[in-house]
Design a protein around this ligand. Structure first.
Ligand code: ADP
Ligand code: 2JD
Length: 277
């Protein structure tokens, strides 16, 4: 039998700065409002149709519910190879990134004929149903600095962006369970997220994004002592950092973290969004 075709997609990482939890009956209408940065660091997903689905992450066999759900929805069995330069489970939206990358690559490799909106919707629903994300997929599909004005996949959600990009620094310290936080604190998150988003919409700039994200971090009380001490050190140098939702991760624009004496990882805002490579 001839080798079946493989296809590869790239999806930017996504750091959420502030968000709400907007649950609706339909998963496609469920999601979050908020704002975040898509990153040039991200996930590469290669799919090759196969008799039985297997998933590897940087070469090691694993299971990712959002990815399995995408393949089920598309009716594809595939060998899925994920590689990433970002840490998983630390607030970089990798569950959504893996789901969207699988949707794009499987569509291409299996010769399906779905549109971008259809594939974004399949990946969004998979991430929502897995409990691992609410707004990453729609932001990752767009690229840039993304404001999620209303929740859900296309055609329900509405997005806007803050023009510009630039250098982003981060320190990924530890994991935070997305499903646990979303089920434990939805009201606190939504109250703080709504207020922070309103302030950002009054003045949609990169600087206000950081201020709103920092206020959100303070309001929701998820920062660990390690995160708090880094944020305080950054503020002492006149900079602003914030916490990546949802991970024990600190991020900032430009040289915010290195100016405070840390040795962060460095990436940039992704200008383009998810794409077939
Ligand atoms: N080695 C791994 N470490 C952490 N999660 C993993 C790993 N391999 C697969 N997974 C799956 O990846 C998903 C990560 O989702 P999530 O915790 O929301 O992280 P992120 O913040 O990166 O999106 C979960 O479904 C988890 O089961
Ligand atoms: C914050 C989160 C709900 C989860 O993000 P992550 O832990 O990175 O999967 C995200 O999907 C969002 O809606 O903004």
């Amino acid at each position: 039998m001839p080798d079946r075709a493989a296809a590869t997609a790239f999806v930017p990482g996504h750091v959420t700065g502030l968000f709400t939890v907007d649950r609706r009956e339909a998963p496609a209408e469920t999601g979050s409002r908020g704002a975040g940065l898509t990153l040039e660091a991200g996930v590469e997903v290669t799919c090759q149709p196969a008799d039985r689905t297997t998933i590897t992450l940087d070469g090691a066999p694993t299971s990712v519910e959002s990815v399995s759900r995408v393949l089920d929805a598309l009716g594809v069995e595939a060998t899925v190879e994920v590689s990433t330069d970002l840490p998983i489970g630390r607030g970089f939206g990798l569950s959504g990134g893996m789901a969207l990358g699988t949707a794009l690559a499987a569509n291409e490799a299996a010769g399906l004929a779905h549109t971008m909106n259809e594939l974004v919707s399949v990946a969004h629903v998979a991430d929502v149903e897995a409990g691992t994300g609410l707004g990453d997929v729609v932001a990752q599909a767009r690229g840039g600095i993304v404001i999620r004005e209303s929740p859900g996949a296309p055609p329900h959600g509405a997005l806007d962006g803050i023009p510009g990009g630039g250098r982003v620094e981060y320190l990924a310290l530890g994991e935070l369970s997305t499903p646990d936080v979303l089920t434990e604190h939805p009201d606190v998150l939504t109250r703080a997220g709504t207020a922070a988003l309103e302030r950002l919409q009054e003045r949609p700039t990169r600087s206000q994004f950081m201020q709103s994200a920092r206020q959100f971090t303070a309001d929701v009380g998820l920062a660990t002592a390690r995160v708090e001490s880094i944020l305080a050190a950054v503020e002492e140098t006149g900079g602003v950092g914030s916490m990546a939702m949802l991970g024990e991760t600190v991020f900032g624009f430009g040289t915010a973290l290195s100016d405070a004496g840390y040795e962060p990882q460095v990436t940039r805002v992704d200008p383009a969004g998810a794409r077939i490579e």
